[in-house]
Design a protein around this ligand. Structure first.
Ligand code: BV8
Ligand code: ZN
Length: 252
């Protein structure tokens, strides 16, 4: 059924010469990838994602953490981009200038055709040595992880023998400075910020909608539920990304 959007939002979208898009786990939910809020199953059912996403967790139990990320990497490889990823890629082709920043570590934006995806929290697909930081190339044919996951000893770096770690930003690790600076600069110089599928609970990324608003950039959020970002947003579109985004971007 047709969605009627606030005419001011459609006007802002059509007039926008520069658009920033910020996505979180919710944009991949309809591709079957669980969000951070989703309860975990299998081997991980007694953990929460945040407890596994720290340098300490990896130091304490590298096989548990490497197994967790390999399981997630398989899920990402087996998933397909959904209509939200495709709509965002299409907007990149239409808007004058679009910067896409994601908190997600999957590659679904890339596989949907978005030309320039900036990962604020790293990527599942670019592991590196925890000792010498050399990039580690994973075997092309991804091993099939059991449904419930498994512990898996991380590979050793061929150069120094260090344990290979996922190429993601863990809690209490710094974000890539250049990408974070680009995100702040983009949010303060855009005509519209579109925020999709994030609970707005993790900093410093959660500051971005507020920063945009203060710089005079209107913010539209797409999320089926209320989030920490609601009060910072000009428009809160309650609905799923794969349903709302194609309709909204179709009006651009
Ligand atoms: C750091 C990668 C400095 C790993 C992740 C203030 C300022 C700065 C830092 C802090 C601060 N206060 C606290 C901190 C520390 C911490 C933090 O923010 N903690 C929180 C818990 C309070 N931040 C950090 O540690 C960051 N680093 O600050 O460095 C520093 C340096 C050295 C020493 C000390 C400090 C690093 C944070 C990055 C952590 N890594 N991911 C991995 O993937 O495993 S975070 C991870 O959780 C995600 O990447 C994401 O960013 C975050 C939240 O996830 P969301 O994407 O929002 O997903 P979530 O499940 O939460 O929500 C999903 C949403 O989708 C929901 O709202 C739901 O309603 C919606 N949804 C569901 N279905 C749909 C949908 N929406 C649309 N359509 C649907 N179908
Ligand atoms: Zn090494």
């Amino acid at each position: 059924m047709a969605i009627d959007f606030d005419p001011d939002l459609i006007g802002a979208l059509r007039k926008a010469r520069k658009i920033t898009v910020l996505t979180g786990a919710g944009v991949s939910a309809e591709s079957g990838i669980p969000t951070f809020r989703d309860a975990l199953t299998g081997l991980w059912q007694n953990f929460d994602a945040a407890a596994l996403a720290t340098p300490d967790a990896f130091r304490r139990d590298p096989a548990l953490v490497w197994g967790w990320y390999e399981w997630r990497r398989m899920r990402a490889l087996a998933a397909q981009p959904n209509a939200a990823h495709v709509a965002i890629a299409r907007l990149a082709g239409r808007a004058g200038h679009l910067n896409l920043f994601t908190q997600n570590v999957d590659d679904l934006h890339e596989r949907a055709g978005s030309p320039d995806v900036r990962h604020l929290h790293g990527s599942l697909h670019h592991p590196r040595c925890s000792g010498c930081a050399r990039p580690f190339s994973l075997p092309a044919a991804a091993p099939v992880e059991p449904e419930g996951g498994r512990r898996l000893a991380p590979p050793s770096c061929p150069a120094c023998g260090g344990a290979v770690r996922p190429g993601v930003v863990w809690f209490n690790e710094s974000l890539p400075e250049d990408i974070l600076a680009q995100a702040f600069a983009s949010c303060t110089s855009s005509d519209l910020l579109i925020v999709v599928g994030t609970s707005g609970t993790v900093y410093p990324v959660a500051q971005l909608p507020d920063v945009a608003r203060r710089a005079g950039c209107p913010v539209v959020q797409v999320n089926p539920a209320a989030s920490e970002l609601d009060r910072a947003c000009t428009w809160n579109l309650r609905g799923s990304a794969a349903h709302i985004l194609p309709a909204l971007i179709g009006r651009a």
